[in-house]
Each structure stands twice: as structure tokens, then as C-alpha cells.
Design a protein around this ligand. Structure first.
Ligand code: SAM
Length: 282
């Protein structure tokens, strides 16, 4: 079953949280010269025009990226968030107008240097076709296939450093367990990899299977950040928040993201909150 299409949700609050976290991690990684392999296991289309029929259907970006874009001058004092918004402006055909929302392949790759590699996996044939048409450089390899299997086939990598994003749609309940198992195996093969995993906060609380699976599997240095948009309502099925976990987070990430997420929470309006910390420490 592959029915999920990210275009319906592009630019929503979870995308903002996910891509701001990704941006912060990469910003830290780029402080050193040694080359990096970036792996995006669930890449999606890569770029989302906000006037696409799918994106217009739910217009989730109105309660995600739009309030931040409108407030961008007032947010100029917050270094990480203003840097993220400047990057977002650079992704636009005309930097003064927000007409497109870039997906993780863009956020991962827009500061790629000579010697860095980028591998994008996408399983859905239609989504892969969109991705294949994006004008990314030849250095970006786009693979039509399963990203979790692909990750295990490709680690360890030849570059000194590795940064992985795992961003499934969790259409199947088994995906929480599959992500945990894949991550535990991958970390045995690439112990220093910096890995980001997105997870939804849903009333059923299935993300705990993922987090507990990692802890019970003995993984160390697992940090998490969670952006809560509303209280979970019993009996309802909707996503009430967005979670990101980072294995081997760069030093200082927690403080930088907490400072950037505070104005995000304020700009997106009540109710909302952000919390972060070690899920499993050293
Ligand atoms: N990472 C993207 C971003 O931030 O812009 C969004 C990805 S979306 C949440 C999940 C994507 O994973 C969908 O496009 C879906 O077709 C794809 N997908 C689902 N199962 C997959 C698998 N096993 N391997 C690779 N891609 C998969």
C-alpha cells in the first residue's frame, strides 16, 4: 500500500519542525571540512508548488510555513530561524514571494559541497517520477526503491561522515518497528552516523514502539524534540504533534533549536508547545 502523497501536507507545522531540525544539524556538520554522504530514505517529490491541486486541497501550509514567512522580518533576531527563512527564500523562483515549499532533498542538499554525496530513495513510482524531474545536480543519485533496505545496503559509506534522514509516512503500523530495527542495524555498521528520524504524535501513541525499540536495542545518544500543536483527544485519530529524534546529535543542537522553536510556537499561535531532551544519553 502506497497511497500517501506528501504534496497534500507540504509546508505544514510538521514540515517546519522537521526541516528546521535538519537545517540545524547540517549547519553544525558543515563546520568541519571532511566530506559527508547524505541519505534520504523517504525523499518524496523534492519540491512542492503551493498552487498544486493536492497542496491546495488541505492548505496545511497556512498553519505552518505561511505565518513564519509573513513574520520573517520580525524574526530576524533569532539566528537559526532567520537563516532557515533566508534559505527558504533562496528556494523560490522569485525570492520575495513564497510560491514553493522545498522538501527534504532540497534542505539536505542545498549546501552540498564538492566531495559530498547525496542519495535519495523513493518507493512510490509517481513520487519518484516527480523527484527524477527536479533540476538537482548530477551528484544527486535518485533511487526508485525501498529506503530502509537501501540504507542497510549502502552503509558503511566511503566519506568520513554520514547524515541520514528517515521520514516515513507510517501508513503501516509495522513501520515503527521496521524503522527501529533498521536504525539499530545501520548504527552497528556506521557508529558515528548522525541520523534524524521523524515520527508523528498520534493519540494511539505508536511512536513509543519506535523510541522504546531503540532504547531496548541499546542505542545511546538519542535526542528528541517534539512540537505539540494541540492536546491529544481521546477517540480521535489526527496528528497532534511532530517528533524528531537525532542519534549522535551535534553538540549545542538542543539549545539552538529550543531558541528557534520558541518563536515558531508563538508565530503559529496557541495552543502549542515544544519540548526536547535526551531519550537515551551517553
Ligand atoms: N522526506 C520528505 C520531505 O521531508 O520532503 C517527505 C517524505 S513523505 C513523509 C514519505 C515518502 O516516503 C512518500 O513519498 C512515500 O511514497 C515514500 N515511501 C513510502 N515507503 C517507502 C519506502 N519503503 N522506501 C522509500 N520511500 C518510501
Amino acid at each position: 500500500m502506497l497511497s500517501y502523497q506528501h504534496a497534500y501536507h507540504a509546508g505544514n507545522f510538521a514540515d517546519v519542525h522537521k526541516h528546521l531540525t535538519l537545517h540545524a544539524v547540517i549547519d553544525h556538520l558543515l563546520r568541519k571540512d571532511s566530506s559527508i554522504t547524505y541519505i534520504d530514505t523517504h525523499a518524496g517529490r523534492g519540491l512542492y508548488p503551493l498552487d498544486a491541486s493536492e497542496t491546495l486541497r488541505l492548505q496545511e501550509y497556512r498553519e505552518g510555513v505561511i505565518p513564519l514567512w509573513k513574520a520573517r522580518q520580525a524574526l530576524a533576531n533569532e539566528p537559526l530561524l532567520s537563516d532557515w527563512l533566508a534559505a527558504l527564500a533562496n528556494a523560490q523562483p522569485a525570492p520575495s514571494r513564497l510560491t514553493h515549499y522545498p522538501g527534504s532533498p532540497w534542505w539536505m542538499g542545498h549546501r552540498r559541497r564538492k566531495g559530498d554525496r547525496q542519495w535519495l530513495f523513493e518507493l512510490h513510482p509517481g513520487e519518484h517520477e516527480h523527484l527524477a524531474q527536479q533540476p538537482f545536480s548530477e551528484a544527486v543519485e535518485r533511487i526508485h526503491g525501498d529506503g530502509l533496505k537501501g540504507l542497510l545496503q549502502r552503509v558503511p559509506v566511503k566519506t568520513p561522515r554520514l547524515c541520514v534522514l528517515i521520514d516515513p509516512s507510517y501508513e503501516r503500523k509495522a513501520e515503527y518497528h521496521e524503522v527501529a530495527e533498521t536504525l539499530l542495524t545501520a548504527m552497528h555498521k556506521a557508529r558515528h552516523a548522525v541520523v534524524l528520524v521523524w515520527y508523528p504524535l498520534l493519540p494511539a501513541g505508536r511512536h513509543r514502539e519506535l523510541l522504546e525499540g531503540l532504547r531496548d536495542g541499546g542505542l545511546r545518544k538519542v535526542w528528541y524534540g517534539e512540537f505539540i500543536r494541540q492536546s491529544p483527544r481521546e477517540g480521535e485519530r489526527g496528528m497532534f504533534g511532530s517528533g524528531m529524534l537525532v542519534v549522535n546529535p551535534p553538540w549545542g543542537l538542543d539549545e539552538r533549536l529550543a531558541a528557534a522553536m520558541a518563536p515558531v510556537v508563538d508565530s503559529l499561535g496557541a495552543p502549542g508547545s515544544y519540548r526536547s531532551g535526551w531519550w537515551v544519553g551517553e
